[in-house]
Design a protein. Structure first.
Length: 101
């Protein structure tokens, strides 16, 4: 069960548009941990797809995305590099990590 691209773009894009309309001169910041939830449930492909959808959304909307991960989940799978390549920064602290797109 992978994230649905059109639905994701519609829902999150609509929220971003509403926030930008109400606060036109403010930076939009979002926090997500759904990739971590998907990965933890063994849905690696869906997790990577969600990362890709966030990056595609960044081509249409200006926002900062902070992602939260329990790094213990990622050590179970060699594809962790696929997730970390999707981010511009990585901050790690005692088993937890946050990334910023």
């Amino acid at each position: 069960s992978a994230p649905h691209p059109r639905l994701f773009t519609h829902v999150v894009g609509t929220v971003f548009e509403q926030v930008a309309r109400v606060h036109p001169n403010q930076s939009i910041r979002a926090y997500g941990e759904m990739v971590n939830v998907l990965w933890k449930d063994g849905l690696t492909g869906a997790a990577i797809r969600l990362e890709t959808l966030w990056n595609q959304l960044a081509k249409s909307y200006h926002f900062k995305l902070l992602c939260g991960y329990s790094m213990g989940n990622f050590y179970k799978d060699a594809a962790v590099g696929e997730i970390t390549r999707q981010h511009s920064h990585l901050l790690a602290d005692s088993g937890e990590a946050a990334t910023i797109n």
